[in-house]
Design a protein around this ligand. Structure first.
Ligand SMILES: [Zn+2]
Length: 250
């Protein structure tokens, strides 16, 4: 059987009863005509310096007020994700990560989902420890409520400083999609400045500070906050990413 197969293959160049007579006449064209397909996605974002806030239970509740005069949509607060969503990513080709992301954010508004998708893709926010407060800041949405590519979204991102336990707030803005416009960057900078001004004007603001993002180490995680019951997926969380109280180890 294998020999018969080889024999047939050997004579493949010549016409045989099993091959259509025209097959031998087909030759490769000198130039291949290709249909071209291309999609360019462009995402961009900006993040300000941090502002240290007086620690306390009231600090987190202040976040939405920092978008006063700037939000052009409903303001939504997104809290850090618990450990069961620690793999969540806005990437549809990774079904397990995408499913976690959708389950975590399906109930948010289109503006918030767009903002999270842009800012997370850029690594401008990390929901392992950031609490974010988001809205549409400039531009329009489509008929389904999703921001256009040149609409600027963003707001305040905050996390609890691992060294001092203080709440650190920063302004974040982002935009993007199928297109890019020259003046969006300038508008983004303007929005970032407005948000930072609002943070600094807050009654709990202590002043600008360098931002040291808590870097998660591999391995553990899953510490449960004794105060609010939040199960953190973030390994180095001395302070509960959700309520800011000191986590008890051991
Ligand atoms: Zn807590």
């Amino acid at each position: 059987m294998p020999l018969d197969f080889l024999k047939r293959r050997h004579g493949a160049g010549e016409a045989s009863p099993t091959v259509a007579p025209t097959a031998a006449a087909v030759s490769l064209p000198e130039e291949i005509v290709a249909q071209e397909y291309q999609l360019k996605l462009y995402f961009a974002g900006k993040s300000s310096e941090g502002v240290r806030m007086k620690a306390g239970p009231n600090a987190l509740a202040e976040l939405p007020s920092m978008l006063a005069g700037m939000a052009r949509s409903e303001i939504e607060v997104v809290e850090p994700l618990p450990i069961e969503f620690s793999q969540a990513m806005p990437q549809i080709v990774r079904p397990s990560e995408a499913m976690q992301w959708l389950n975590a954010h399906a109930l948010h508004s289109p503006v918030t989902r767009h903002a999270l998708s842009v800012l997370e893709s850029l690594d401008a926010i990390d929901l392992a420890f950031d609490t974010v407060c988001l809205a549409l800041l400039d531009g329009e949405t489509d008929t389904s409520g999703y921001p256009e590519y040149n609409a600027v979204v963003g707001g305040i991102a905050s996390h609890w400083d691992e060294g001092t336990g203080d709440l650190i707030c920063r302004a974040v803005v982002g935009w993007g999609g199928r297109g890019v416009r020259g003046d969006t960057d300038r508008i983004g900078s303007k929005m970032l400045g407005g948000l930072l001004t609002n943070i600094l004007a807050n009654q709990y603001a202590l002043g600008l500070t360098a931002i040291e993002r808590p870097v998660p180490a591999a391995g553990r995680g899953g510490l449960v906050c004794a105060h609010c019951g939040f199960a953190s997926g973030h390994e180095r969380a001395f302070y509960c990413p959700k309520c800011g109280m000191r986590l008890l180890r051991g």
